[in-house]
Design a protein. Sequence first.
Length: 401
Amino acid sequence: MSSKLPAATVCTTCGTVLAPGTAPGGLCPSCLLGLGLSSSAAGREFVVTGGGEELPPPAPEELAPFFPQYEVVALVGRGGMGAVYRARQKGLDRDVAIKVLPEHAAKDPAFAERFAREGRALAKLNHANIVNIYDSGRAGELFYFVMEFVDGSNVRQVIRARNATPKDALAIVGQVCDALQYAHEEGVVHRDIKPENILIDKRGRVKIADFGLAKLFGGAQPDVTLTRSQQTMGTPHYMAPEQWERPSEVDHRADIYALGVVFYELLTGELPLGRFALPSQKLAVDAQVDEVVLKTLAKDPALRYQSVSAVRSEVTALAARPSPAAPRKRGCIGGLVHRIWFALDPFTRAHKQMFGMPLSSNWIPLGLVAFLWTSAVLAEASVFLWFAAVIGTLMIIRKTK
């Protein structure tokens, strides 16, 4: 199954000839920029390794000789850090997921030691919201993890279906916070939080998968990782700015940034690109949601939440608040009466705007209408003033919000 990877002398997308060592991810600068700007790249893992082309994963029947204790059923997913298969563990009669890492990993002499250390660290992550790792090792030239199989969907599917309410989004983010806080306390940073790596089982429980990009921080060897030093690893649009600029300095706050992207996407169905609209401008949510999203997405890590537990506290408080009341269906006549009452009631508590300008007093719309009709009455036979009074009143009612 092994094959020799070609040197990165041409762009893998457009074929542009490149000097050796100048093709991050096998892409020329133009294609790399296009990848970053393209919305289609939202769910794609991006690994800067110095080039190379992606080989197709082994077929399930090819894996059978390496895993005699499992019945490998089907390939269920693939990404930049390997392929995932659904399998049946014969001895315990349960479904499991087997993640096989890319074959070229075995070509790195130091990879086996890093993999063993990473596997031991990840196996210690025992949390209800983290996919459990049952085993890890090497079979032939393949490094693998045997993990809990989650029967359900991922958050990407939820976003595409557009069936998540703001309450659902808060519930999902809250469970992700619980998992990340636990992992961070254990010294593990995920570094690739994205909708595809957040699974939801049939009972509605959220589980984070794929800590293959995790970086160990703290302890005697803070830089032990499955990735080589100075690699930029993650997924465009979900990577914190420091993951691009200073990959060796990434800490747990990069996960907070990625969580903010996922939160915004769950709420709006869109990515927070450029000067994005606040969630409250796109749907009926508490304005406090805007503040949480903006703080998680701060470019400077020092301006973000400094711990996931702080995000969790905010999300819990928001979830406890009553949902904004949906507008009642009043019908045509009822809606017209309500609109007139709202515009001309000087005692309403709402902060009104008229023709897009904030009102200093709620008496202004009523006063203007009174002025128009008083002028028409005093003018007696002036048809123009009666017409102006009618049109002016309708415009004031329509433009007062």
